[in-house]
Design a protein around this ligand. Sequence first.
Ligand code: ADP
Length: 270
Amino acid sequence: QASTVMRVRVAPIAVSHVLILAEDHTQARRVEEVRRDFVANVSHELKTPVGGISLLAEAVLDARDDPDAVERFAERILVESTRLTRLVKEIVDLSRLQVADTLHEPVIVDVRAVAAEAVDRVRVAAEAHGIQLTLVGEEGLRVFGDAELLTTAIANLVTNAVNYSGSGTHVGIGARRNGDSIEVSVTDQGEGIPAAEQERIFERFYRVDAARSRATGGTGLGLAIVKHVCANHGGRVSVWSQEGRGSTFTMTLPAAADRPRVGTEQPHPQ
Ligand code: ADP
């Protein structure tokens, strides 16, 4: 828990008056703590794949007379370096999101279109896992935001649904309006998440089962990115889950006003 830090400066401005300036340093200190923890986490997380790649490269050199072993080690180098590339990309994405808590140049975004793009990005992986994806979305759902960030967030949820579910199951992606909000939900029939862990999974690098996450190529950053994307859009993400039955993740975002704000209106076709 961060305690409040106030710096109070007292300056005489006239014989009978003093000017008291009170600055709130709580936020600045919290930002610094977040930054320091992030750097510590990142160095720890980078060491694993980098160390793995070095060991595997040594193994290749030692096994140079055994072509089968060389091939096996080279394949594992490829897996580790792919994971490293993803990790670096997600670290950059997350640090950008953490620094700016608002969006750069928000525009009107069609939610069904970004959900469809997210589903397309995960379709090949889903098919490889024997998992069927179904998108059900109302037309005309619009939010004010960043299409690429929203696509990434939804794709992260769908990727998790695929990675933590068994073959032959189904993942449903839904988009609907609920009052002044737009809800995007991703429901799986997978292993579920123990109740005690459900809050912590949104922390960066937190995994219920680290070995399982690594085996699926996970970085532990997917849900932290979803949380920050939702927050930057003025929304939130929540989870319902039961062990052995499955999970539903729901992103709740403020619906864009029916009349787009000045400057964001799309040109009308002639
Ligand atoms: P990871 O890269 O490890 O998947 P995430 O931040 O996306 O990282 O998720 C954090 C952890 O939450 C995962 O390691 C997993 O334990 C759990 N998790 C996330 N989504 C699901 C899901 N749909 N079903 C079961 N567990 C999940």
